[in-house]
Structures are given as structure tokens and as C-alpha cells.
Design a protein around this ligand. Sequence first.
Ligand code: 2YC
Length: 272
Amino acid sequence: MTRLKHEDVVEIPTTLEDYDQQLIRKTGCSLKELAARAAGFHSNIEVNHQAKVAVVPMSCGQGIIEGFAESVAGIISYLGFKAFTTKSWDAGGIAEAIQEGAEVLFMADDERFVAVNVRTAKVSDNGEATGRGYAAGLERMSNGLEGKKVLVLGAGPVGVGAAIALARFRAEVGVYDIEKEPRERLQATLRKLGYRVTIETDLNVALNHYQNIVDACPAENIILLEHITDNTRIAAPGIPLGVEAAGLEKVSTRLLHDPLHIGVATMMFDVL
Ligand code: 2YC
């Protein structure tokens, strides 16, 4: 996942209703329903909304992204939980979260973005959770993936999370990565879980061959208009979006894309 910028997150808290309406139109599920499903909850769930959630800004590495913690807290509050951002950063923020009685902490440095439940020790990683959440979104958007071919672009943490979830939905998973080693590692990971994965070595051939795509790579403009048919469905977590501008119009109602929403919501249900 590429590092987000202020402009990627600044409008999240005030556009959550519109975002959810669009998600319901595309998948038939609200963000809450989709995330709960991705986290293994059954429908009509009653979760303890009493869980207090603290989002702790971390100043290490490239530092604070203005609006990032607020957007994470906004998504979690929208799901019905009590979320707040700590006034202090880093260690002080963690201490403040615990003193304020938070059960769940969200925090991100430049390497990892995690949710931890300080009571149950459950941990959820944004990369894997995002892949799983987007696979669940694609499955709903496709009315089921059993026996359908799905191409995972990018064999990093998001791609691996997506591939495992897709295999569990009984999809026929193909994986492309610009490097040989990550795609073979993903294949080995799934083999250990009892799933077969087809390795794709030519991006253009693969994009002309698969109608269902999870774009889990940080490249821009790799899914072109020529690759998009009336049956193409794309789940594209994070920034930048891999679909070229000329293709957006054609795939718009069959494209899932957001900078944080599905990943954060899935993490929240993971650690409940
Ligand atoms: O404001 C803060 O606390 C910063 N330390 C947050 C840094 C997040 C860096 N990671 C990213 O921008 C992306 C996110 C989509 C999640 C994973 N990588």
C-alpha cells in the first residue's frame, strides 16, 4: 500500500453516508455488513458497540499524516463504535488510550497499520484485512465467486489476504506480480492451505483473460480501457487506483475503490 496523503483522507469523515450508499448499490451490503462478513461474523450480528476505540497518531518515520487518525476514527464511529483520537502521540497516546479505558487501539507507522484489542490480545493487520475485505466485496458484487476466475495483481500482504479469502470463496485464483519470488511465495502459502493458484507471468495476457480483478499493487494505469468489458469487476484497495482514467466510466458501477474504509472496517470487526 502506498503512503496516503492529507488530500486522500481529509474528506472521509464528511462523506461516509454517500460512500455507504454507493457501496450498497454495488454490493448489496453496507460497510458494516461487508466488514462483519469479511471478519467471519454471520448476518444480523449484535456486536458490543460499547467497545471504546482509540486511534493513536504515530510521529515516527515520515511522521503524522494530517487527518489520518481522524479519518480512521470517523470510519469506526460510523460503524457505531465509540472512537476517539488521542491528544498525545506515540507512547503518550498509547498511555492516554489505556487511561481513557479504550479496549481497542488503532495505530500506524510507515511499515504497519494495526488494530489491537488490549483485553483479548487480538491483532489485525491493515494489509491482510484490506485484502480480505475487498475479496468479500468482490464476492458480493459478483453474486458469488464459486468456479469463477479471479486475478490478484500484486502478491504483497493485501494480495495474499485477498487470495486466501478468494480461495475460501472457491474462486479460481490467478496471481500476477512484477517479481517472480512474491508470486511463488503466495502460491506456496495457498498450497499449504490446500488451495491451487495459477501463476500469471504476462500482465497483458492476464488482463485480457480475467473478468474479475483484485488490484493489490501500487502501480497506476495498468488496467486499461482495452482490458475492460461489460463483465469486468474490479476490487481496487488503496491509492493510487490502477485503472486508467479512460476506463473508469466503463467500469464505474463494478469498481470497488477507497483509500481506507473497507480495510479499517474489517480490522474493527477482526479484533472485537
Ligand atoms: O498519522 C499517523 O499516525 C501516521 N504515522 C500514519 C502513517 C500511515 C502510513 N501508511 C499508509 O499511508 C498506508 C495506509 C493505507 C495503511 C497502510 N499504508
